[in-house]
Design a protein around this ligand. Sequence first.
Ligand SMILES: Nc1nc2c(ncn2[C@@H]2O[C@H](COP(=O)(O)OP(=O)(O)OP(=O)(O)O)[C@@H](O)[C@H]2O)c(=O)[nH]1
Ligand SMILES: [Mg+2]
Length: 214
Amino acid sequence: MGSGITKQPNINDAPNSSMRKQSTALSLKDKNTPGSILLLGLSSCGKTTICMILQRFEDGKEINEYVPQPPPTTAPCSRICHIGERVFEVKDCPGNHRLRTSWFCDLANIQAVVFAVDGYDRLRLPLCLNEIVRALGAPELKPLPFMILLTKQDLAGAITPTIFEGHFESFLAQNTIAKCGSKPYSTDRFCIKGCSAATPESVHTAMSWVLNET
Ligand SMILES: Nc1nc2c(ncn2[C@@H]2O[C@H](COP(=O)(O)OP(=O)(O)OP(=O)(O)O)[C@@H](O)[C@H]2O)c(=O)[nH]1
Ligand SMILES: [Mg+2]
């Protein structure tokens, strides 16, 4: 899709949250064994953007700058991110179809899964649903908390979490996993949320779900 972010005025925007160029990447070596989050999703759905927003604050200070158009991710990349008061290693996976085989290669220490869905990409919704079910079916990921995160909620016509839930439920109803009787996920460790890079607070709010689950 490659859509750029249109910054929408929002009363929740912090005065210092202007989008600027990212200059630094944090080193894993600087941190003490953070929890790990696996971040999956199709290409251009906004995974790296989410990471960059979560990387911006450390010890209450803005430390990274923001790239509105990050280049496509070409290999899984560990990024140290802040969610609430905690530090997580977020494994930012490539969404390109040729690179999705890398998603389940190294799942050691993964504590939660976030599957990002481009809310503005209705065309690839069926493909996305298939990939979500594939991720839910991975034995290593089954017991983990699983969040579906609808991105690009700032764009008019974006699929909201409520609309997505309807599509997801009917997809599951036609899917062989669901026909076996039970949901392919643990209902008390599953959620669907929305966010927008235009309002970074919405990313922090959505991601803070993992705090109670890990
Ligand atoms: N309008 C809008 N654009 C967004 C949002 N999040 C990301 N984008 C844009 O979507 C495009 C793709 O974002 P990325 O973060 O690179 O997507 P990705 O999921 O990491 O893509 P891959 O690395 O190819 O898997 C960029 O142009 C972003 O600026 C959002 O919330 N709203
Ligand atoms: Mg990326």
